[in-house]
Design a protein around this ligand. Structure first.
Ligand code: IPT
Length: 897
């Protein structure tokens, strides 16, 4: 609560001692002699300060399943410090409050045992009034165990990290001060209704609204509503005999109307993300700046919602969501994933099914709702994640409703919608979502959300546009939350190289590898291409070519019209800007579409208009000029490519491949360094069985033929009966050669190829320029954020630093590229461009980005096509549409110097 209780913050150094087990921890906390102890900063995790080591598991427990027992080797951290209790605390109730301690802890004050608590991401309070003396020093000792019965219900997909990781405060609660305040604020038709309940009677003032009223009274006033897009807050204050409580009031009404979740009567489309609390050095200890960074990143990317997976976040984060405008699904600190979904034998009950756990789980829910109930940003409570089903979950639901009937309750594993208020699934494919959308007779006609989708592990997620179409088509399909916001790579040094560590890097005996790196942000919070793609897909305005040389603009905002936006059109001829002007667009209301005419060009060469909507004025979360949405329309009429007429160009062909000019070792390429989405469901293994990772090359023939120099090659794996027969025809053109490549599959060839293209080496390249898509990598199913234009980059900057190296950096639909002085032009079919200072094999064998060291040559791959990336690491298989189906293919390229 934001009250005026006096407080002493206990952040900073505490004396610290880590014992390997409870038995090893001396029983001396009544009177500890800390002279030989170390110091440790609070808040923080001891594993990130040199004591013990982090460990990562996703689903499984890193200890035997025998609830409630935990290993005897239970690292135990003792914290001791002295606090000067202010004399002014006299007469007050003195309370020691912990915001988060992982996982179970006990407290002593001035030599007396006070109590213990668990629930790592929940607050705990201890009354010290009778144990400390205002005006004197008090000694506080805290014993924290890494493992506890609580660990069985805190099996979230994240690093196991222990300690006092959120703030500790000593509070003075004056007599007559309110300790439980509940703001009830709603909105309808321009009028806000407000009632404040408190455990101590008082008076509420909301100066901006001219309101002054007693607790328990209901008042109304004309107000502006709160929503994620327009997060209007009113400052209020509750005054009681014991002090003041500051209130931040947002007027909004949540209702499910005809199976649709609404805020203030408007259908909500959740363009959300799952957020773990994470920092690459501090783990789950975040600073206020970290939390603000997260909120700003989300707002700037156009997200409107966040699920606090899978525990209540630091309360400051929720205050930021109130202020900046994000809908929050606040999730309880509960996951028992390692038990599986099905009822277990009676001797191994999943805690959600076992009556002995009921009170603990219900209390966890109550503690969350009580802590967070006054945040207007929270629109849904969530019971937890991945526990299967059990009676205790229904008890938690009832407990939440008893405190706060105003918010719907979510729990994804209530798969038949027995008691939840929102129907939820994770990773369902777009067709499955459409089925749910089309049949409202199922699942009690509840609103449907994907609490997780678009698994953002490594290169991807692909196919997000398919989801948007379903969310827009079926009112009941109200969006979802990408899994997840940030890669949890811990910054560390392995063998002298700085890396982002993942599971296994700390010597864990059981771990889940880089499944902990599946975010839209890299660990340092820089956006991955997946973030840019998601941001483009969820744009609140849709600006699309109308097929007549103009564009249509559709407003998908929930409440905003477009009057806060400036529309700009930039015309580029082959990537060079020829004009930039502001378009006059009348305000477009939510749900409306307007058409805009553009100057029709018709000229050659390739001409594109890019229409952007930018913030006209700065907001709390972005500067004026920040781009909100954009679209492109091609203005010229493409003409057919002219075939080359020249004489045969001599090239050499040997065992290394084909060479011409500065190009050497040119070969057919079918392999890519498996991305996480290839690896998880066995796609890459199937490709390996087809021998795609180890094809060999044979020059079948070389010589002059039909006016060209023709080389025939065969590319095939050992032991298997298939191959690609390729005919490379070279014709001399001004300054170089034109290659016409025909590839024909033979024998029992694989149905799908990772890629089909040519790969070759050139002398080290400094600068790459290309006209095609950019600036970021784009694949067939991740090209929404790619704009046609002319781009320049170093080779290093073309690489995407996925924490675990994998195929990356592809620029789809390239028209031409220059690698220093070598120019490559597409003749007819466009190509995919990949340029790197290492080989595909180097990429494949590297385990961390730091393993990749530039070679003294540059390696280029020009793809006819490449299989899409998808989200199969934890999601549906790649749709057929996005696979590269093996078939005869032709690529024509011109190489000039
Ligand atoms: C799902 C979990 O809910 C989430 O915490 C995370 O582990 C994610 O998967 C994978 O990264 S559970 C999965 C088995 C569908």
């Amino acid at each position: 609560m934001d009250d005026d209780a006096a407080r002493v913050a206990l952040s900073g150094d505490w004396s610290f001692r880590l014992s390997p087990s409870v038995a090893d921890a001396p029983d001396d906390l009544k009177d500890p002699d800390t002279s030989g102890w170390d110091t440790l900063a609070v808040p923080g995790h001891w594993q990130l300060s040199g004591y013990g080591a982090p460990a990562y598991t996703n689903i499984v427990y890193p200890f035997p399943l025998e609830p409630p027992y935990v290993p005897t080797d239970n690292p135990t951290g003792d914290y001791v410090r002295t606090v000067a209790v202010p004399a002014s605390f006299a007469g007050s109730r003195i309370v020691l409050r912990f915001e988060g301690v992982d996982s179970r802890f006990a407290v002593w004050a001035n030599g007396s045992f006070v109590g213990w608590s668990s629930g790592s991401r929940l607050p705990s309070e201890f009354d010290l009034t009778s144990l400390v003396t205002p005006g004197s020093d008090a000694q506080i000792a805290v014993r924290v165990h890494q493992w506890s019965a609580g660990s069985y219900v805190e099996d979230q997909d994240m690093w196991w990290l222990s300690g006092i990781f959120r703030e500790v405060n000593l509070l003075a609660l004056r007599p007559g001060a309110a300790s439980d305040v509940f703001v009830h604020s709603s909105y309808a038709d321009g009028v806000g209704t407000l009632r404040v309940d408190a455990d101590v009677a008082g008076v509420v003032d909301v100066p901006e609204l001219g309101l002054s009223f007693a607790t328990g009274d209901s008042v109304t006033a004309p107000v502006e509503p709160w929503s994620a897009e327009s997060p209007r807050l009113y400052d209020g204050v509750l005054r009681t005999d014991g002090g003041e409580v500051r209130l931040r009031i947002g007027f909004r009404t949540i209702a499910i109307v005809d199976g649709v979740f609404t805020v203030n009567g408007n259908r909500v489309l959740f363009n959300g993300v799952n957020r773990h609390e994470f920092h690459p050095e501090r783990g789950r200890t975040l600073t206020e700046q970290d939390m603000l960074d997260d909120v700003l990143i989300m707002k700037r990317a156009g997200m409107n919602a966040v699920r606090t997976s899978h525990y209540p976040p630091h309360p400051y984060f929720l205050s930021l969501c109130d202020e900046y405008g994000l809908y929050v699904v606040d999730e309880c600190d509960l996951e028992t994933h390692g038990f599986g979904y099905e009822p277990q034998p009676p001797n191994l009950p999943n805690p959600v099914m076992d009556p002995r756990w009921r009170d603990d789980l219900v209390t966890r829910m109550q503690r969350m709702v009580q802590r967070d109930k006054n945040h207007p940003s929270i629109v849904i409570w969530s019971l937890g994640n991945e526990c299967g089903m059990g009676e205790n979950l229904k008890a938690m639901y009832d407990a939440a409703k008893a405190i706060d009937p105003s918010r719907p309750v979510h729990y994804e594993r209530d798969t038949e919608a027995e008691f939840v208020d929102i129907y939820s699934r994770m990773y369902t494919d777009p067709a499955g979502c459409a089925e749910i959308g089309a049949d409202t007779s199922k699942y009690r006609n509840l609103p449907f959300i994907l609490c997780e989708y678009g698994h953002a592990m490594g290169n991807g997620p692909g196919g997000l546009l398919d989801y948007r179409e379903v969310f827009e088509k079926y009112p009941r399909c109200q969006g979802g939350f990408i899994w997840e916001f940030i890669d949890h790579g811990l910054r560390t040094t392995i063998d002298g190289r700085e890396v982002y560590a993942y599971g296994g890097d700390f010597g864990e005996t059981i771990h889940d590898g880089n499944f902990v790196c599946d975010g839209l942000l890299f660990p340092d919070r820089t956006p991955s291409p997946g973030m840019l793609e998601f941001s483009k897909v969820i744009e609140p305005l849709r600006i699309v070519a109308d097929g007549k040389g103009g564009v249509t603009v559709t407003n998908h905002y929930e409440v905003l019209d477009t009057s806060h936006l400036t529309f700009r059109v930039v015309v580029e001829v082959e990537g060079s800007q020829v004009s930039s002007e502001v378009l006059t667009v009348p305000p477009i209301a939510p749900g409306e579409t307007v058409s805009l005419e553009l100057p029709y060009d018709g000229s050659q060469p390739e001409t594109w208009a890019t229409i952007s909507a930018e913030l006209g004025a700065s907001t709390a979360w972005a500067d004026a000029g920040h781009r909100i949405a954009w679209g492109q329309v091609r203005l010229d009429e493409p003409v057919a490519a002219v075939a080359a007429a020249g004489s045969p160009a001599e090239v050499s062909a040997d065992v290394q491949g084909i060479s011409f000019g500065t190009v050497s070792s040119a070969r057919i390429e079918v392999w890519r360094a498996p991305i996480d989405n290839d690896a998880q469901p066995g796609v890459a293994d199937a490709w390996r069985e087809e021998g795609l990772h180890r094809v060999q090359h044979r020059v079948v023939s070389a010589g002059e033929r039909d006016g060209a120099w023709e080389v025939v090659t065969r590319t095939a794996p050992p032991a298997l009966q298939w191959g690609l027969r390729s005919t490379w025809r070279f014709v001399a053109v001004d300054g170089g050669v034109q290659l016409e490549l025909n590839v024909v599959p033979e024998g029992l060839f694989p149905e799908v190829l990772p890629r089909l293209g040519i790969t070759f080496e050139v002398p080290k390249v400094d600068r790459v320029e290309w006209f095609g898509t950019g600036p970021n990598e784009a694949y067939v199913d991740t090209q929404e954020a790619a704009a046609v234009g002319k781009y320049t980059s170093t080779v290093a900057d073309l690489q995407t630093p996925y924490v675990r190296p994998q195929e990356n950096g592809h620029r789809i639909d390239t028209r031409w590229a220059t690698l220093d002085t070598l120019r490559i032009d597409a003749v007819g079919t466009l190509f995919g461009l990949t340029v790197r200072d290492w080989t595909t094999q180097d990429l494949e064998t590297a385990t961390h980005t730091a393993d990749l060291t530039p070679r003294d040559r540059t390696f280029v791959t020009l793809d006819l096509a490449q299989t899409g990336v998808g989200t199969a690491a934890c999601g549906p298989a790649l749709p057929n549409r996005d696979k590269l189906h093996t078939a005869p293919a032709t690529l024509v390229l011109r190489f000039t110097q």
